[in-house]
Design a protein around this ligand. Structure first.
Ligand code: SF4
Ligand code: SF4
Length: 166
């Protein structure tokens, strides 16, 4: 068993395909979507590999001054709100840089509609640090990992084996 299997089992996310071998597409409007706190994202590059819709990407070069490799951010219109990225960042890295936000709030703040299908063309993400970061303008849902307290010793050993601080 691998860390992603532990996370999926504890999240009860069996509907999520076997990332990174196969991927999914949004088929209904999610209740929540993920955003990275770009000030906390290292970026270690782990979460993009495990996102089932592959909607996490690095910000375009030069977006944030003083950052060599740019942090990652979500193309939220493609996000299915599965929590996988949040748990990967919380449990397999030292950064805990991802939080979920109510989709109604996101629509209101960004002045967009979030529907039940992804857009025809992927939209380039922005930092949105004034909204979705520590000290940003809006409250996230929950406070990080939903499964940390449920993980048993065997599962913890698996996570520890794949954990990285780089
Ligand atoms: S797992 Fe966390 S630190 Fe790593 S790229 Fe994703 S958001 Fe950034
Ligand atoms: S919650 Fe994270 S892993 Fe799941 S679809 Fe959204 S960005 Fe991808």
């Amino acid at each position: 068993m691998q860390a992603i299997d532990v996370i999926k089992r504890r999240l009860k996310e069996e509907r999520i395909p076997d990332v990174p071998e196969t991927y999914a597409t949004k088929k209904k409007r999610p209740a929540e979507v993920a955003f990275m706190d770009v000030n906390l994202c290292f970026p270690c590059g782990k979460c993009p590999d495990f996102c089932p819709t592959q909607c996490i990407q690095h910000l375009p070069p030069g977006t944030l001054e003083g950052r060599g490799e740019q942090p990652v951010q979500v193309r939220y219109q493609e996000c299915i709100g599965c929590y996988i990225c949040l748990e990967i960042c919380a449990l397999l890295t030292d950064y805990d840089a991802i939080r979920m936000y109510d989709v109604n709030l996101v629509e209101q703040v960004l002045g967009v509609d979030i529907g039940d299908r992804p857009p025809a063309e992927p939209e380039t993400p922005e930092p949105w640090e004034e909204y979705w970061s520590e000290g940003g303008g809006y409250r996230h849902m929950g406070n990080g990992s939903r499964i940390r307290e449920k993980i048993n010793a065997d599962e913890r050993a698996i996570l520890q084996g794949e954990r990285s601080s780089t």
